[in-house]
Design a protein around this ligand. Structure first.
Ligand SMILES: NC(=O)c1ccc[n+]([C@@H]2O[C@H](COP(=O)([O-])OP(=O)(O)OC[C@H]3O[C@@H](n4cnc5c(N)ncnc54)[C@H](OP(=O)(O)O)[C@@H]3O)[C@@H](O)[C@H]2O)c1
Length: 232
């Protein structure tokens, strides 16, 4: 289904990113994982299926470093295979009331969850346009917390960053219509990940597998563009 596709997945070393990577690999895609922990990246890449004779890779990088350095952004582009699928999944959250939240954490949360998704999309758009025949696609992992009907105290900055992703998704999908599909997935609480484990909420959790399956459905359905799809 994804044979010949190169998928770049930020935050792909564990949790939701790795679950999506595993299913894409099972369906033939070559995967590049980005995250910081090199040992974990190595382990995760080794567990991806190579049944379709594809190869996988990873790059250990603190994505926040890209905020400060245009050179690092261009070096990243040169060091990896241009993707036909970009999944912006790396994310962090806040667990403190706004007036008690450190300013550095506020900017890191907005930067990693939103600005990096924008920077990477911008970085790879031209490469993706060149591979138009392969139906390139960007999938932004947002959250149901981007909707005001789901709120958890202590996550206002996180919610703001994830809501920003929705506006970005809608607008960019219009800009790139008929060339690159741009969608967002809004998972509910996934308790099986490191982030989900730390969330204190009475929300009914959903399974990691269901979230990854939904991502695959969106990526394979060429009629879906500009959609912000919740799964909770
Ligand atoms: N779990 C949930 O309930 C839930 C619900 C809705 C949406 N989401 C969203 O889904 C995405 C994945 O969440 P998850 O639950 O799978 O979280 P997770 O298990 O904590 O995984 C986060 C991933 O992001 C990477 N990452 C964090 N900081 C980074 C940095 N500065 N540079 C590069 N990579 C970085 C982590 O690797 P390193 O630490 O090694 O860098 C890891 O691969 C996030 O965007 C999250 O907001 C999660």
């Amino acid at each position: 289904m994804f044979k010949g596709q190169n998928a770049l997945i930020t935050g792909g070393s564990r949790g939701i990113g790795l679950a999506i990577a595993s299913k894409l690999a099972l369906n033939g895609a070559s995967i590049t994982l980005l995250a910081r922990n090199e040992e974990l990246l190595q382990q995760s890449v080794n567990q991806l299926s190579t049944d379709h004779n594809q190869s996988h890779s990873y790059r250990s990088i603190d994505l926040l470093s890209l905020i400060k350095s245009e050179t690092d952004v261009q070096n990243l582009r040169k060091s990896i295979t241009p993707p036909t699928i970009l999944i912006n999944c790396a994310g962090i959250t806040t667990h403190s009331l706004l007036h008690q939240t450190d300013q550095q954490l506020i900017s890191d949360t907005i930067n990693l969850n939103l600005t990096i998704a924008i920077i990477l999309s911008q970085l790879f758009i031209k490469d993706m346009i060149r591979q138009k025949k392969l139906n390139p696609s960007i999938l932004n992992i947002s959250s149901i917390l981007s909707y005001t009907d789901h709120v958890i105290s202590g996550t206002s900055v996180y919610a703001a960053s994830k809501a920003g992703l929705l506006g970005f998704t809608k607008s960019l999908s219009h800009e790139l219509r008929d060339i690159i599909r741009v969608n967002a997935l809004l998972p509910g609480l996934v308790k099986e990940t490191d982030m989900g484990l730390k969330v204190k909420s009475d929300l009914e959790p959903i399974s990691l597998d269901d979230v990854a399956n939904k991502a695959i459905d969106i990526l394979k359905d060429k009629s879906i563009n500009g959609q912000c799809i919740r799964i909770d």
